[in-house]
Design a binder for this molecule. Structure first.
Ligand SMILES: NC(=O)c1ccc[n+]([C@@H]2O[C@H](COP(=O)([O-])OP(=O)(O)OC[C@H]3O[C@@H](n4cnc5c(N)ncnc54)[C@H](O)[C@@H]3O)[C@@H](O)[C@H]2O)c1
Ligand SMILES: O=C(O)C1=N[C@H](C(=O)O)CCC1
Length: 297
């Protein structure tokens, strides 16, 4: 730990005067694709990146550079000792979780047990249990399957339409197609969230009907994903058709790379740090709450 801290002291000086350097953030797992993007964005924004992170069980014992900060990656089986060290060194730490669906609920329960505020960007798991557990614990958290601010704005527009015009599209059919990098193990959490709005609008559709495209050649040929982004993209198309086939709607949001999510996650961390400092009554937030606060960079 001392060696890593010494190595990071030099790079930390670059962010010494950053207005946000007082906010310490631990990104689990910054050796993963999204976690690494967030860690780099956090350092670039002047946050104090904790040089320790948790990865999958028995997958630790490595180091990863994030924006010039060397982070020691330790397996989840050692999380108690890791958090003992982190909480001693960074008592006001905020944790960011970009792990895997299988870890969502247990990781959230662990952060709650250690009393740390967290931003849960990982999708999947038992979302009802996740929300209920955090609500019951009263832990400060931002939980969202989509951290890209502009996509969240689209989500909010869908939410407003569903709240104001429930049943407006009753009888319409819906086709949802999502394409992500072939390594993505779950169905798009964003698509699942958007489907809930269409359901409130009266459309009969189940998340099991969402078409997942994961084959790279099909993604290039059919979805027109640029080859450079086959390893990191999120293309979503929603097609609505009236019962008599004479009225059609199509909504799309296509993201290449991970920058939009990384920037949104940093906004979520800054937002949550403010709520913790203020001792806000509300503890559990989503990304629409972050957008509504308006204090985004
Ligand atoms: N909210 C958003 O805007 C958003 C954006 C992108 C990705 N995601 C979600 O983030 C998650 C990760 O995506 P990715 O592309 O980075 O995947 P990835 O496979 O590249 O990274 C996942 C990492 O989690 C680690 N891990 C597994 N179990 C763990 C555990 N118990 N504790 C700690 N770490 C563990 C793995 O070792 C791996 O390094 C997915 O659920 C994805 O849907 C959300
Ligand atoms: O790359 C991913 O994985 C993404 N996951 C989120 C989802 O499942 O909706 C957000 C988009 C990218």
């Amino acid at each position: 730990m001392a060696a890593i801290q010494a190595e990071n002291a030099a790079s930390a000086s670059a962010t010494e005067n950053a207005p946000t350097s007082s906010i310490s953030v631990m990104v689990n797992d910054c050796s993963g694709k999204m976690g690494h993007a967030v860690a780099e964005a956090a350092v670039a924004a002047g946050l104090n990146l904790v040089p320790l992170a948790i990865t999958g069980p028995k997958m630790g014992n490595s180091r990863v550079a994030c924006g010039g900060v060397a982070v020691q990656i330790i397996g989840a089986e050692e999380r108690d000792s890791v958090f003992d060290r982190v909480l001693n060194e960074y008592p006001n730490v905020i944790v960011v979780d970009y792990t895997l669906p299988a870890a969502v609920n247990s990781n959230a329960e662990y952060y709650i047990s250690r009393g740390v505020p967290f931003v849960m960007g990982t999708t999947g798991g038992d979302r009802t249990k996740l929300i209920d557990t955090v609500k019951k614990a009263g832990t400060y958290a931002v939980i969202a399957p989509q951290m890209g601010k502009q996509v969240v704005a689209f989500q909010a527009a869908m939410d407003i339409m569903a709240q104001n015009f429930p049943g407006a599209f009753a009888g319409y059919t819906l086709k949802v197609t999502e394409s992500h990098q072939s390594s993505k193990v779950d169905t798009s959490g964003t698509a699942k969230a958007i489907v809930e709005y269409f359901q409130k609008l009266g459309v009969k559709f189940n998340v099991d009907e969402i078409e997942r495209v994961r084959d790279p050649s099909e993604q290039v040929r059919r979805m027109h994903v640029p080859e450079d982004y086959l390893g990191g993209h999120a293309f979503h198309t929603y097609k609505l058709l009236s019962p008599d086939g004479t009225v059609a709607f199509e909504f799309q949001h296509n993201v290449m790379g991970r920058s939009i999510y990384a920037q949104g996650t940093v906004d979520a961390v800054l937002f949550l740090a403010k709520k913790v400092r203020e001792g806000a009554d509300q503890k559990l937030y989503n990304m629409i709450d972050v957008l509504k606060e308006g204090s985004m960079r």
